[in-house]
Design a protein around this ligand. Sequence first.
Ligand code: HEM
Length: 348
Amino acid sequence: MASSTVWQCLVALSLFSSAAYGYGYGDGNGNDNGYGDGNGNSYGYGNGQLDPKFYEKSCPALGFIVRVSMIKAVLTERRMGASLLRLFFHDCFVQGCDGSILLDDVPATNFTGEKTAFPNVNSVRGFEVIDDIKRNVEYVCPGVVSCADILALAARGGTVLLGGPSWAVPLGRRDSTTASLDGGNSDLPGPTLNLTELIQSFANKSLSPRDLTALSGAHTIGFSQCVFFRDHIYNDTNIDPAFAADLRRSCPAPAGSGDTNLTPLDAQTRFVFDNAYYPNLVARRALLHSDQELFNGAAQDELVRQYSADSALFFADFVAAMIKMGNITPLTGSAGEIRRNCRVVNSS
Ligand code: HEM
């Protein structure tokens, strides 16, 4: 099929889907009224300075452009919905949700961004999709919409397109002119952390243990490389032996061998944003050590059981926690800038 035909089909699909979503996903007028009642009432977008209607007048087509670009991206590769959700998390935990993770290193000026931080390097992905959305948005509303907001909308889009909940994304973030490699190395939680450390890492960002357990449910979609769960499947005891034996077939024991082999984080429904992650934990079938820590005989066990039994509760808590995470120290007002290209600061 010619690419223009593909594009036309996507636009038609997008129009259909916006009409079909029960509790909308923007109304095509720049109102991001995602998780309301279908009558334009949204709720639950927090107390910060951000506002789902921020671009209502300055870029009314924003919601539509992001939606079409995301449909194209996820149809091309379904994993991309997961990758963009994770990219937003990795942006917000380092300097706040300011698009800092999107900045490329610039050797000529000795600028080092966050892309080579240990949790990011050869791991976070989706930058080309953000570039594509930004290009389309700049074409219609030049110099208006921040890369940080585009990333927030893309994360929500990935969640929705894989079957998860929708919500009104508070907007109005501006883009950083700096990034922090050190912050990337220190502030992003790693898969070997125990529950106390995970709770502390989220508390450092003003997120509660409940937020931790709800947000970890993002691991209902996407994949992990063998290097991140090798210890768990060879050395941990809190794991279903049959599950561990199965995983060992595609993740060899010797360090350096098969490190990049991919395994779904949720073995049941890798491309569906549902609550299946939680029964996996109860069955001791978590892929990452850090995931199993949420169900390991301690305080989060009860909540994990509740999310296993009640997907509406999980969705509601996930949405609330995503909005909280999206409110981590944004740049607003005249702070920062609206980057023209998400990979470089404007002055360069
Ligand atoms: C609680 C602490 C967390 C730890 C230790 C953790 C760790 C990891 C690791 C090691 C991977 C695999 C990366 C790779 O193989 O390259 C991964 C993937 C992923 N993470 Fe997390 N994560 C955490 C929380 C979160 C949160 C809060 C979100 C989003 C709200 C999230 C969303 C994802 C997604 C969607 C993937 C799959 C990405 C893809 O397939 O491209 N994670 N995570």
